[in-house]
Design a protein around this ligand. Structure first.
Ligand code: HEM
Length: 128
């Protein structure tokens, strides 16, 4: 039997899209982080986030955006910002009724991006 990816376990593209919508509603309603998105085109951002989530969750690889280091290096982000975003991600999946083990697996993938998002780690293959 083929390995089931997190993308499949979440229920495929429709659910991942629903998760992205809910996730952004939470981010935009959170005054500790919403200002980072004030001049961002959320339609494009959601599309990129969808592609990114599909990719990290083992779904179709259609991600055309920048790596996580390059996408965030101009932003003064702290661990608190990262924790806020990661927290909204977990509550989104919980509210959608995603199984606990799948939430944990998906959260571990998001957690693995912390070093690059906060500028501490460069992407693989980057100049030192
Ligand atoms: C938790 C892990 C995170 C992931 C997986 C993630 C993912 C992404 C992706 C896929 C993009 C689009 C990249 C591109 O335009 O090529 C992006 C851009 C962006 N992210 Fe994140 N992000 C994360 C954390 C954060 C945090 C903590 C913040 C701020 C609170 C943030 C704020 C932004 C902003 C403002 C942009 C747009 C940058 C621009 O176009 O100028 N992200 N992120």
């Amino acid at each position: 039997m083929a390995r089931r990816t997190i993308f499949d376990k979440l229920g495929g593209a429709g659910n991942v899209r629903a998760a992205v919508d809910k996730f952004y509603e939470k981010i935009l309603a959170d005054p500790s982080i919403s200002h980072f998105f004030s001049s961002i085109d959320m339609k494009k951002q959601k599309a990129k986030q969808f592609q990114m989530m599909s990719l990290v969750f083992g779904g179709p690889n259609e991600y055309k955006g920048r790596d996580m280091y390059t996408a965030h290096k101009h932003l003064p982000l702290t661990d608190a910002h990262f924790d806020a975003v990661a927290g909204h991600f977990v509550s989104t999946l919980n509210e959608l009724g995603v199984e606990k083990a799948v939430v944990e697996e998906a959260t571990a993938v998001v957690a693995s991006t912390r070093g690059q998002v906060l500028g501490r780690e460069k992407p693989p293959g980057a100049a030192p």
